[in-house]
Write a protein that binds this ligand. Structure first.
Ligand SMILES: [Zn+2]
Length: 344
């Protein structure tokens, strides 16, 4: 089973600073844990059956970013990136969820480049599976940053792949605690990209969308699936909803590749949400997504990170386990509560 981790330590420059809850340690510590478990190849070495290769992405170009975003948003992000005092609230940048920081454009473009690199590696046949823990910034809209997300790496990478390969069918499956609104928006009127999001109901949680009645428009009708969960939903409820709604939707669609957003903020201890998933429950969902890819698209899958606000223990563990699941290597699920992980 060949798989790669798409990662560069510079991806940790995606840092809002201060006491902002989105911290890059969640993926840098995930990578440290993968190394500790022995499931990563040495830098420069090829992947093996039990170790993922490590690939450094090129940053996305402006042309890539403009495949989904407006030129006005790109210009606003660049201006705020060069001088964070020049933020523009009209583009969702400024005090609040998505504050400006120096180097914001470069850091966000690096995440986009990561997911593009992963898509190209899998669709080009170099590897079967790829994981981009710094990706999954699913709230960024076409014309504004939102919800800690500057550029929408999944929307851009899927858009690029479908333009370059007409007829390609992509199933996007999002298990972040929040609705994958930006990715849904990107493909809401299209039949070649199925978007599926399981999330805490928008009646209780940001961004307030993702109702079951949102199913797509025009040619895209029936190609958006939303599975809102009650605030106290845990492992059993998630597993049941997955089998009832997600698995059949992916089976009916028949994708060529699965893109999975594996946000870790559905955990019972997450400070921003109200769900009751365990680490094992999250892992079980990842396992089923990998099985769906095996059943319907010869195993081809690009996985990303996403949200997750327990950055020193829970989320790194979830994402290191996700890498193990993508590799098909059996690593025991650590007991909860999980010890804080260091970068040693
Ligand atoms: Zn989230």
């Amino acid at each position: 089973m060949s798989a790669i981790l798409v990662y560069d330590p510079a991806m940790a420059d995606y840092r809002f600073g201060g006491d902002h809850p989105m911290r890059p340690e969640r993926f840098s510590l995930a990578v440290a844990l993968m190394r500790k478990w022995g499931i990563l190849a040495e830098p420069g070495d090829p992947p093996s059956d039990t170790r993922a290769g490590v690939v450094r992405p090129e940053p996305a170009t402006d042309d890539d970013i403009l495949l989904f975003h407006t030129p006005e948003l790109l210009a606003a992000v660049k201006a705020a990136s060069a001088d964070p005092s020049r933020f523009d609230m009209r583009f969702g940048i400024g005090p609040g969820d998505t504050p400006a920081f120096a180097g914001m454009h470069e850091a966000a473009a690096s995440a986009v480049g990561g997911t593009i690199t992963a898509m190209e590696a899998v669709l080009g046949g170099d590897v079967l599976r790829a994981f981009v823990p710094a990706g999954g910034l699913h709230h960024a809209h076409r014309d504004r940053a939102a919800g800690f997300c500057v550029y929408n790496d999944c929307a851009i990478a899927i858009e690029r792949a479908t333009r370059e390969r007409p007829g390609l069918q992509v199933a996007y499956v999002d298990i972040d605690a929040h609705h994958g609104d930006g990715v849904q928006e990107a493909f809401y009127d299209r039949a070649d990209v199925l978007t599926v999001s399981m999330h805490e109901s928008g009646r209780f949680l940001y961004p307030g969308t993702g109702m079951a009645s949102e199913t797509g428009v025009g040619e895209g009708r029936g190609f958006a699936v939303n599975v809102p969960m009650p605030p106290d939903a845990g492992d059993a409820e998630y597993a049941a909803a997955f089998e009832a709604a997600v698995a059949p939707a992916v089976a009916d669609f028949g994708p060529d590749i699965v893109v999975a957003q594996l946000g870790g903020d559905g955990h019972r201890g997450d400070p921003l949400t109200h769900l009751e998933l365990s680490v094992a429950g999250h892992r079980a969902l990842v396992h089923r997504i990998v099985e769906l890819a095996d059943e319907h698209c010869d195993g081809r899958i690009v996985a990303t990170g996403g949200g997750g606000y327990q950055p020193f223990d829970v989320v790194p563990t979830m994402w290191a386990l996700a890498m193990a699941e993508l590799l098909g290597v059996d690593v025991p699920t650590p007991d909860e509560p999980i010890e804080p992980i260091s970068a040693e």
